[in-house]
Design a protein around this ligand. Structure first.
Ligand SMILES: Nc1nc2c(ncn2[C@@H]2O[C@H](COP(=O)(O)OP(=O)(O)OP(=O)(O)O)[C@@H](O)[C@H]2O)c(=O)[nH]1
Length: 252
């Protein structure tokens, strides 16, 4: 397997295919350029990648979607930088991405993670990015019942715009905020069962299950892309059920 190099960029924005940078209009306001990524998002072995610093073997696009304020940016920052963005809430404008390379059973898997704006007015912008996504993390906020109810509408959009075989996971974020919780964990579990997707509660504040959510996605994508070889079978649902941690309290 030939080994590529990952973008060093901490963030930026680009066209849906990842080739041309778009206008710098995001929350982070940083720009970067990813070259050598095919339209389907998988990096082509024979093509170079710009701004490189870290080697990787395979690359995938992951999108964070869900209502405004559910914590998509904070989840990404927690995963990428290990920090929590406390303080005043600045809504994402348009779309932004960050890269992170994970070592999955000896294979370097680069996740290019797209943080979308949850606000309705940016929906037409973000729709264009669904097509190339290999995985989608659909977030709601456990302290905001409307964001939970809206996951059905998000799922409809996902079915309309994303690839049929996209890897999907439901995340109930802000699990640390037990005092203001309005959605019980079992409600999230039931909905995920109905959607037929894995589920976990996360907290960008405490870090609960953040690493797990992205690692599980990376493992599934790696398994799918390498299952022709001698890979042992990987079952996403089973892995998540085994590894997930709970807050121990889930009553509103
Ligand atoms: N208690 C708690 N607060 C959180 C958590 N994650 C995010 N927040 C807070 O929720 C607010 C919104 O977080 P963002 O990450 O900006 O939300 P977003 O989903 O990216 O919002 P848009 O960019 O508008 O789509 C901020 O004030 C965060 O500090 C969490 O896990 N726990």
């Amino acid at each position: 397997m030939s080994r590529k190099k990952a973008s060093k960029s901490k963030g930026g924005n680009a066209s849906p295919s990842g080739g041309t940078p778009a206008k710098d209009n995001t929350k982070s306001g940083k720009n970067s350029l990813v070259v050598g990524v095919q339209a389907n998002g998988v990096v082509h072995p024979s093509r170079p990648v710009c701004n490189s610093s870290e080697f990787y073997d395979i690359a995938f696009k992951v999108m964070l979607v869900g209502d405004s304020g559910v914590g998509k940016t904070c989840l990404l920052v927690r995963f990428k930088d290990g920090a929590f963005l406390a303080g005043s809430f600045i809504s994402t404008v348009g779309i932004d991405f960050r890269n992170k390379v994970l070592n999955i059973d000896g294979v370097k898997v680069k996740l290019q993670i797209w943080d979308t704006a949850g606000q309705e007015r940016f929906r037409s912008v973000t729709h264009a990015y669904y097509r190339d996504a290999h995985a989608l993390l659909l977030l709601y906020d456990v302290t905001n019942k409307a964001s939970f109810d809206n996951t059905r509408a998000w799922l409809t959009e996902i079915h309309e715009y994303a690839q049929k075989d996209v890897v999907l996971m439901l995340l109930g974020n802000k699990a640390d905020a037990s005092h203001s919780r309005t959605v019980r964990r079992d409600e999230g579990e039931r909905l995920a069962k109905e959607f037929g997707v894995p589920f976990m509660e996360t907290s960008a504040r405490s870090g609960l299950n953040v690493e797990l959510a992205f690692t599980a996605i990376a493992k599934e994508l790696k398994y799918r892309s390498m299952k022709e070889t001698d890979e042992p079978t990987f079952k996403l649902h089973e892995y998540v059920s085994k590894e997930v941690q709970t807050t121990g309290c889930c009553r509103p």
